[in-house]
Design a protein around this ligand. Sequence first.
Ligand SMILES: C[S@@+](CC[C@H](N)C(=O)[O-])C[C@H]1O[C@@H](n2cnc3c(N)ncnc32)[C@H](O)[C@@H]1O
Length: 287
Amino acid sequence: MLSYRHGFHAGNHADVLKHWLCVLTAQYMGQKDKPFLYVDTHAGAGVFSLKSSIANKTAEFEGGIKAIWDKKIPSAMMPYTDLIKQLNGSSNLKLYPGSPWFVNECLRSQDKARLFELHPQDYVLLKKNFDDKRNVKVEKQDGFAGLKALLPPTSKRAMVVIDPPYEQAHEYKLVVASLKDSIKRFANGVYIVWYPLINRTDSLTDNKKDMAQTMVRQLSLAGGKSFLDVRLWVRGENEAPGMYGSGMAVINPPWNLAKQLEEGLPFLVKSLGTTAEAGYSVNYQEG
Ligand SMILES: C[S@@+](CC[C@H](N)C(=O)[O-])C[C@H]1O[C@@H](n2cnc3c(N)ncnc32)[C@H](O)[C@@H]1O
């Protein structure tokens, strides 16, 4: 069952954290001449219109990218906001990129991207958005299976983004299984996983909250050489039901990623927080 459309959520606070982190990581990967492979297991449509009826149904972008757009951006965040300006051709915010677009803009001619998307409509949009890119291959295939077939990469360097909708509870377990298998196949990969921070008071999502926490714990023990867990919450956990923030779990993060994120996170809390209980955390651990 594929009911999730990222267009409803494009540019929200979770996207800001996720895409900023992806851009910093892709730029780091590009610092060495050796090529790398980018894999996006759940790629979405690639580009979203913030003027569309879908985006404006809940207008989540207003509590995300729109809320920082006219502010003085910390320098650590500029590579991310500059790419959005580049897509829009100006400071007029009409379009918002998805993870494959952000990372693709950071790739060099020697790098390659493999994008997986199962939703029939978003797959068509994704394909269209990358039609003219020779080093990008778009596939309508399960992203977990696609990833398995690509590891280890011939380039011996890879950045992998895993961003499932988590509409089905078993997706948390699939992520852990996929990462354990991926690390066995290719221990040196940089693996990035998005996850929601879900409120306890919403009885329907209680189980998912526990599953997300368990997933992150298991990812931290999955065999990476180092592990980074970054969280941004825009209100207190128990102030309202639903998703109050998000986190990014990174296996084998770039050495300077935590520091770069800490330079921008206080700004995001101030700009995106809706109550005094908004906050962030950055936890880094070796091996
Ligand atoms: C959260 S969205 C991705 C957003 C995108 N990564 C971004 O940041 O712009 C999740 C996407 O995964 C797709 N999807 C769900 N299950 C999938 C699977 N097993 N393999 C590939 N894509 C899947 C959904 O159709 C949806 O477009």
